[in-house]
Design a protein around this ligand. Structure first.
Ligand SMILES: *Cc1c(COP(=O)(O)O)cnc(C)c1O
Length: 360
């Protein structure tokens, strides 16, 4: 039996999640965020499935955008962090990438560049995230400089990014929205604010462009149930298999550091997936996995290539049985909570070692 780890990718679920995004914001154009290898799912496979249905794609940097062009995709692609050096501007112009203007340095580079054709620009405004974006009170200034630059094409999309939209009780999102409204009042061109939690939980943030990422992959950004997340279908199912079984006496321990000890006669299944395959090492004792569709708790520390699971309460488990680490009946977000992280990190850190298998 070969080692059977797979990250299965359901492309129909991906398309359905995009349709759901459109339904929630029917007036808005959709920019699908596929940065970081499409959150670990595989940039080209994901972008190729989404491109016919999306208005634009977004990535973090020019290398990611070039990968999409080399795969033959002609859809607009926004560089979310703009450009990191002036000479990227000509590459952006030639490939018709859209660029974010985040700060005064990028603005100067844009204004002084000699490029073969103008580029489409988005202007990022800092309304409270304090990571990227021009100071909110200078929005109109930057907008005017962009409008008058020979290197800036078309209309300018003014945008901002939320710090706490996943917390529906947070006062920060209404504050950011109020500031965004104030500094964009009277400016020409479309606006954009909503990431996944904005799209799903803050309808007043939809504007002319939404920018969902995480929800397209079928995951909820909220820690609580929310009606708008019920229809989401996970795109990635991470699977492995049982490779060994043993019975332990009370008092016997399992794994590195002996972090789990049997309290009763126990049956332990060893599964051929570990942190070298994208399963989080910090997943604690008790983290659920699905064996033959039934939940069983992790028992003992995650190794590089294996985990151990307490299957004492499952009726029958055999070598070769399928194990699902996350997917439809067990969300990446739930597993992540047992590992002190978020589902975004689990899929995004999926290494090349784990084969992606496309189900379409
Ligand atoms: C990553 C990113 C998004 C998408 O965020 P999700 O929470 O994954 O939907 C949107 N906008 C910007 C600027 C981003 O960097």
């Amino acid at each position: 039996m070969a080692r059977s780890n797979q990250a299965r990718l359901n492309l129909q679920a991906l398309r359905d999640n995009l349709a759901h995004a459109r339904q929630l914001a029917p007036q808005s154009k959709v920019m699908c965020v596929v940065k970081a290898n499409a959150y670990g799912h595989g940039a080209v496979a994901v972008a190729s499935a989404l491109a016919p249905l999306a208005d634009a794609l977004a990535v973090a940097c020019i290398e990611e955008a070039i990968e999409l062009r080399q795969a033959g995709l002609t859809i607009p692609v926004l560089l979310l962090e703009g450009f990191f050096e002036a000479n990227e501007l000509e590459i952006a112009a030639q490939n018709e990438f859209w660029v974010m203007i985040d700060n005064a340095q990028q603005m100067t580079w844009l204004e002084t560049a000699e490029i073969s054709q103008p580029v489409t620009c988005w202007l990022k405004v800092d309304t409270g995230m304090h990571r990227l974006g021009v100071p909110a009170e200078e929005t109109a200034d930057f907008h005017r400089r962009l409008s008058s630059s020979k290197n800036c094409r078309d209309e300018i999309v003014t945008c901002t990014h939320f710090a706490s939209a996943d917390d529906l009780a947070s006062a920060q999102t209404p504050e950011q929205l109020a500031l965004f409204e104030k500094v964009t009042a009277g400016l020409a061109g479309p606006r954009s604010a909503a990431n996944s939690p904005g799209l799903l939980g803050w309808p007043q943030s939809h504007y002319e462009w939404i920018r969902p990422g995480y929800m397209l992959y079928g995951n909820s950004p909220f820690s609580q149930p929310h009606p708008n997340t019920d229809a989401l279908q996970p795109v990635m199912t991470l699977c492995s298999a049982v490779i060994s079984l043993r019975d332990l006496e009370p008092g016997e321990s399992v794994g590195y550091g002996a972090s789990w000890t049997a309290q009763r006669p126990s049956r332990i299944a060893t599964v051929s997936i570990g942190y070298g395959d994208g399963y989080p090492r910090l997943a604690a004792n008790g983290t659920p996995v699905l064996i033959n569709g039934q939940r069983a708790p992790l028992a003992g520390r995650v190794s590089m290539d294996m985990i151990t699971v307490d299957v004492t309460d499952l009726p029958m488990v055999n070598i070769g049985d399928e194990v699902i680490l996350w997917g439809e009946e067990l969300s990446a977000g739930e597993v992540a909570a047992h590992a002190g992280t978020i589902g975004y990190e689990l899929t995004t850190r999926m290494p090349a070692r784990t084969p992606r298998v496309i189900i379409d």
